[in-house]
Design a protein around this ligand. Structure first.
Ligand SMILES: Nc1nc2c(ncn2[C@@H]2O[C@H](COP(=O)(O)OP(=O)(O)O)[C@@H](O)[C@H]2O)c(=O)[nH]1
Ligand SMILES: [Mg+2]
Length: 452
């Protein structure tokens, strides 16, 4: 459902490539694309509007620096806004009361009974005493299903007695829980293939009988946009306190989550990720946003770069570019350490979409070779005197021999480093000249910088 959004965003990133900054004008088109994609995915008009203005504000307010492109900054803004829309923080059940009531409702086959079993299991494992009530009284098989799950979870199951109605079963389960000093009562209810008045009346009666603090809608994520209507109707009729999205192990990309949370404002408490009893997870708005965007881990990469390129170093690099004699070996050392701060090379490759598919062995190899080379270079530079680092021209055969001995390397290693360094130095000198030219061109209104 959100493949289109991903596609559009990738195009947006391509279009923003090469720009030096994000401005009101150049981001206009990108914002339009995002809005269209959201509307196409059936996101409510108002929600899309709020979303887009949030993205705009964030993107314009972010400085583009430290090796991050405007496209990446834009994606990051979209991502942040998605996280906000999805509820920002992880939320949980209201379990302060004793016993705390949790009413599980939803359409037929959405996963109510399975999820009731999963929850019981988690809570029992946390040392809580749990009672489950089989309030799906019309189908004997449903009662058996719950009883089996409860037994394996270590929870007490209250079954309907002949002639007993839904709310009577609920009331009796609550009584059992009170007497047994249980911590939690879970009410597993019946569903329909569609919402109807009879179901609503039945659920309302149960809710009135047991007054649970939690009324949780179990939603099959695979039903897509239909889930928005289902959630809206249930919310209006019964006042939901939380959502559980099931079957997220399938193809559903989380678009349903986005729309449902946006439309109802009800938080997602858990997600079902499989048929097994252990397949229930906490809901992390940030991870879901990443999943909706389907963009590898560009976002954490952007965050990492922004955090680690500290202001002082950025200023230092700028200063280097302004210096007439270009960069020196001290600058090189500082830059290498900056790169190192980003973490391992293998990890960085993993975070970049496209590079993440590079086989593990190759990533490891890059890691080893890159790491070993950086270490060697660092050792060589550290064996120099400060004066030598600032004026590499001083390095004659005698000095090189001394440095090689001090750093455990060969004179040939030092020559290799100096050769590469010369190339870098020439490049920074060229950048300096072009930079000035570029600025002049810019001032004369002909536009276009050097394109670095
Ligand atoms: N793949 C997958 N299947 C699930 C998940 N949750 C429930 N199911 C399956 O969905 C079907 C219906 O579940 P059930 O709990 O009986 O639904 P109910 O009618 O709402 O009580 C069962 O076959 C479950 O195994 C999930 O998170 N992932
Ligand atoms: Mg059921």
């Amino acid at each position: 459902m959100f493949e289109r959004l991903t596609e559009r965003l990738q195009k947006v990133v391509r279009d923003l490539r090469g720009l030096g900054s994000i401005t009101e004008e150049n981001v206009q088109g990108a914002l339009r694309e995002v809005r269209m994609a959201l509307l196409e995915a059936d996101v409510h008009y108002e929600t899309a509007k709020t979303f887009v203005s949030g993205v705009k504000e964030k993107a314009l307010g972010t400085k583009v620096e430290g090796g991050v492109s405007p496209g990446q900054v834009f994606i990051k803004a979209v991502y942040d806004e998605l996280v906000t829309l999805l509820g920002k923080e992880q939320r949980d059940f209201e379990l302060a009361a004793r016993p705390a009531g949790v009413m599980m409702i939803g359409l037929h086959g959405s996963g109510k009974t399975t999820t009731t079993g999963k929850l019981a299991r988690t809570w029992v494992a946390e040392g809580k005493k749990v009672v489950v009530a089989a309030c799906d009284i019309r189908r004997p098989a449903a009662v058996e299903q719950l009883a089996t799950l409860a037994a394996s979870a270590g929870a007490t199951c209250v079954r309907p007695e002949p002639g007993e109605g839904v709310s009577a079963v609920g009331r009796r389960a609550l009584e059992v829980a009170r007497k047994g000093m249980a911590d939690i009562v879970l009410y597993d209810t019946g569903g329909r293939f569609q919402m109807d008045e009879e179901l609503v009346a039945e659920l309302k009666e149960l809710r009135a009988a047991v007054a649970p603090k939690n009324v949780v809608l179990v939603l099959d994520a695979a039903i897509g946009q239909e889930s928005v209507n289902v959630a809206k109707t249930f919310h209006e009729a019964l006042g939901l306190t939380g959502l559980i999205l099931t079957k997220l192990d399938g193809d559903a990309r989380g678009g349903a989550a986005l729309s449902v949370v946006a439309v109802t404002g009800v938080p997602v408490l858990r997600v079902g990720v499989g048929e097994g009893q252990g397949d229930l997870e906490a809901f992390h708005p940030d991870r879901m946003a990443g999943r909706i965007l389907g963009m590898g881990d560009v976002v954490s990469l952007v965050e990492k770069v922004q955090q680690s390129v500290d202001q002082k170093e950025a200023a230092r690099m700028e200063e280097t570019l302004r210096r007439k004699e270009g960069m020196n070996l001290e600058d090189l050392l500082a830059q290498m350490r900056q790169v190192r701060k980003l973490g391992s090379i293998g990890k960085l490759m993993e975070m970049i979409p496209g590079l993440s598919s590079v086989p593990m062995e190759l990533r490891d190899q890059a890691e080893r070779e890159g790491g070993a080379r950086m270490k060697k270079t660092e050792a060589i530079i550290l064996s120099m005197t400060p004066k030598e680092r600032r004026h590499p021209g001083l390095l004659d055969a005698r000095r090189k021999k001394r440095i090689a001995a001090g750093s455990g390397t060969q004179v040939s290693d030092i020559n290799e480093l100096l050769r590469q360094f010369k190339q870098m130095q020439q490049m920074t000198k060229r950048m300096r000249k072009l930079g000035r030219l570029g600025m002049m061109r810019g001032m004369m209104g002909r536009g276009g910088g050097p394109g670095f």
